[in-house]
Design a binder for this molecule. Structure first.
Ligand code: ZN
Ligand code: ZN
Ligand code: FE
Length: 765
């Protein structure tokens, strides 16, 4: 029997544009014999349908349960209305409502269907390096404005050919309204250049690039969110030239291989790690080197990990395609000089990269947003972000309640900013170290772009309380100019709050314990903090204890010279510098005398409680590293040699009455061990174990005194897997609830989220 027709009006928000959502709705409507329409607007997707109540019910049910792979729904509003008398179902043109917005999909790595077509000689897009569809391809990096439609992307300059147009207009095609859809005839093209001359195009260009790589040349490759510099990872002399030209001495290079099987020849890959490698984000995953990996040490000197990723664009797939005598693994490092931001604009890239490379593999699809590769690790059975960028940004961190519109400017190193509105915190892609004009410019452009895309007009600005961070200077100037409230957030409080925020504990009234360990952060007393035990929540914090202050000779300069930190620690502990100590051999007699003098007179010696500098000092003292070439190197190499079977440790005296820590017995015991010839691997392990024990002791005391049972581990030092695994294990064994990062980095790349949480609390008071 025929049921009477009724109407429904649906409004769906979430990631519902550029992910095949409208064709999905179209085919569902057709399947359930509904009439009406679907439309994208800047507020999500709107649907009106007429049908019987049974078919409408199954339609709504199917929307919820059969979503396209890339779509996700945040809110779903349904309203009943009289049937409107529609006779067909149609997809209407997008419309824009000023002030409203919808989240934009991050870039998505090439899907299985496109991969198959790419290597299928019968397909019309066979070997076309820019193949994509509704389920994959560039998104955020090419989006200039919303709604996400072709004229608002950098594909605007490529009018569709008839074949592509037919696919684009067919609701039942996989490329229906896939904005970057293209083919050999109408889309972006590839070419290869050497010495400023265009030598070949299309497939010939690809082969020219492959030939250059096979011959050991270093070439620049224009990719998705910027330029890479590539070379054969097995070729020592190519690696050496790359290091020299990039002025990057020891920092590990990222690697790319064609398939998971290839990666497994070089590294140990767990199930979770392979899932992460194969995920649609295709991040660089830090993996344990296999002992027989056979790759030159120069890729990641003194480390036991390798950073691998799989091809995430069709161009990469073609570039890595296996063939005889062709490199199986390529170095794919970001196209920049040491710490400058990755190049993405063609003229600038060619100018900056020419001195570093022998050739360029280029294409003419413009990159609107520069986005670096993401770096992830698996820790404690889940994703542990080291750098959250391509594939993840600008996907928001979702919150359980609406947030005011706040801009949080982040920190100085590994900067990422964050903007909030509604139930979203939009963490930016990785901006970089705010140490030069280029990075600062991309920070400001990034903020402007996010504010435009997500229609955010900040009503408050949050920043680090450091007096000189460039990001904080921007925040202070802007708050002044626009008369907006400014919330300055203590660095380690921001780390604590970031971890709480990602666990959706924005409004947690109870205090938690924060073991916040990092290299450097501006303390409320003006000292350099970094080995902090806090109690608090997003609204407030109290510094309960910390590593004892030591002088940091020369301030920031000491971060490059662990030997100076080691001697400062000994000096503070009243331990005589004896000639057999490794850090002394790293300094001339004159330097030693100058350092002694500097420490005694306290000239340019800010006080620090940094955990990063503590590990630097240990690394130097036992002869692992005296000078570093990149941030954290001494501590990273110390971790790499630590013997996992060692369970011993050295005493760190913590007084449960005065809440003070005394490191003198630690240094004495470490030195005694060192002098008796204990292997470095054991010294390194025992030093780590000492910090684990200290954490346990302090958390236990705080639990007794304050009845707090939840511990947050945040700050860049927690990327140290040795320390992380053992601390989590020990604390959980003691019955603590341990919160760690899974969505934003524990390092300074995550603090903007914490700044939002702290500012949000401050605004409510
Ligand atoms: Zn695809
Ligand atoms: Zn075409
Ligand atoms: Fe930090």
């Amino acid at each position: 029997m025929n049921q009477p027709l009724i109407g429904l009006k649906l409004n769906i928000r979430g990631i519902v544009q550029g992910v095949g959502f409208r064709p999905f709705i179209f085919s569902l409507a057709v399947r359930h014999h509904l009439t009406g329409w679907v439309i994208n607007n800047s507020n999500g997707v709107e649907i009106e349908v007429d049908g019987s109540s049974d078919s409408l019910n199954s339609f709504v049910n199917d929307i919820r349960h059969q979503l396209p792979p890339l779509a996700s729904i945040d809110t779903f509003h349904i309203e009943e209305q009289p049937a409107q008398g529609y006779t067909t179902f149609e997809i209407r043109r997008s419309q824009e409502n000023p002030g409203e917005f919808i989240p934009i999909s991050p870039d998505v790595s090439i899907c299985d269907d496109c991969w198959r077509e790419l290597f299928d000689p019968a397909n019309r897009r066979y070997r076309y390096p820019f193949i994509n569809c509704t389920n994959c391809g560039p998104r955020f990096t090419i989006t200039q404005n919303i709604p996400y439609d072709r004229p608002n992307t950098t594909m605007a300059g490529f009018p569709l050919c008839n074949d592509c147009l037919a696919e684009y207009q067919n609701p039942l095609d996989r490329r229906f309204h896939a904005q970057p859809v293209a083919c050999e005839v109408c889309g972006p093209a590839l070419w290869y250049e050497e010495d400023g001359r265009r030598l070949s195009q299309g497939e010939a260009a690809l082969q020219a690039a492959r030939k250059a790589l096979r011959q050991g040349k270093v070439i620049a490759i224009k990719g998705l969110g910027g330029y890479h510099i590539a070379c054969d990872a097995a070729n020592e002399s190519a690696l050496e030239r790359l290091r020299e030209r990039k002025r990057r001495s020891d920092k590990p290079f990222a690697l790319m291989a064609f398939s998971l099987e290839v990666i497994q020849k070089y590294a140990i890959v767990s199930d979770l790690e392979s899932k992460l490698l194969l995920s649609r984000q295709k991040p660089i995953v830090l993996l344990e080197k296999s002992l027989t990996n056979g790759l030159p040490d120069a890729i990641a000197p003194q480390q036991h990990t390798l950073g691998f990723m799989l091809p995430y664009t069709p161009l990469h797939a073609l570039l890595l395609e296996p063939s005889t005598d062709y490199p199986e693994v390529l170095v794919m490092t970001s196209g920049n000089l040491s710490e400058e931001p990755i190049a993405y604009e063609d003229a600038d890239a060619i100018q900056r990269l020419t001195p570093m490379v022998d050739g360029f593999l280029l294409h003419n699809r413009p990159i609107h947003m520069r986005v670096d590769d993401s770096v992830m690790r698996v820790m404690r059975g889940s994703t542990y972000p080291i750098r959250r960028s391509r594939g993840y940004a600008p996907e928001p961190i979702r919150t359980s309640r609406p947030l005011p519109e706040i801009l949080a400017c982040g920190g100085e190193l590994k900067n990422a900013f964050c903007l909030s509105r509604d139930q979203y915190a939009f963490m930016s892609h990785h901006i970089g170290d705010m140490e030069n004009y280029e990075t600062e410019r991309s920070f400001e452009q990034g903020i402007q772009h996010f504010e435009k895309l997500f229609r955010i007009h900040p009503t408050a600005i949050a920043c680090d309380s450091h007096p000189n961070y460039l990001a904080s200077t921007y925040a202070r100037e802007r708050s002044n100019r626009e008369q907006l409230p400014l919330i300055e957030v203590q660095h380690h409080h921001a780390h604590l709050a970031a971890c709480l925020a990602e666990h959706n504990l924005w409004d947690n009234k109870e205090n938690v314990i924060g073991c916040i360990f990092d290299g450097t952060g501006y303390g409320s007393d003006g000292a350099i903090w970094g080995g902090e035990f806090l109690i608090g929540n997003a609204a407030q914090f109290q510094r309960i204890t910390h590593l004892p202050y030591v002088p940091q000779p020369g301030g920031d300069a000491a971060t490059r010279h662990p030997a100076r930190m080691a001697l400062a620690h000994l000096w503070k502990a009243g331990i005589v510098w004896q000639d057999d100590l490794p850090p002394l051999s790293a300094l001339s007699d004159r330097e030693q005398a100058a350092l002694q003098n500097q420490l005694e007179k306290q000239v340019n010696c800010p006080q620090t409680s940094s955990m990063g500098r503590f590990f630097d000092a240990v690394s130097s003292l036992i002869g692992v590293r005296q000078h570093v070439n990149y941030e954290g190197q001494a501590a990273i190499e110390l971790e790499a040699i630590a013997d996992g079977n060692e369970s011993g440790c050295y005493p760190m005296l913590f007084s449960p009455t005065s809440y003070t820590i005394d490191l003198k017995p630690f240094w004495q015991a470490l030195l005694a061990d060192h002098r008796t010839g204990t292997p470095t691997a054991n010294l390194a392990a025992r030093s780590h174990n000492s910090i684990v024990q200290l954490c346990e002791h302090i958390c236990d005391t705080i639990r007794n005194d304050f009845s707090i049972n939840t511990v947050v581990l945040s700050g860049g030092v927690w990327q140290n897997r040795y320390l992380f695994d053992r601390t989590v294990f020990t604390l959980e064994n003691q019955g603590f609830q341990v919160l760690t990062h899974q969505k934003v980095p524990a390092n300074d790349g995550g603090i903007a989220l914490g700044q939002i949480a702290v500012a949000d609390s401050a605004l409510k008071q």
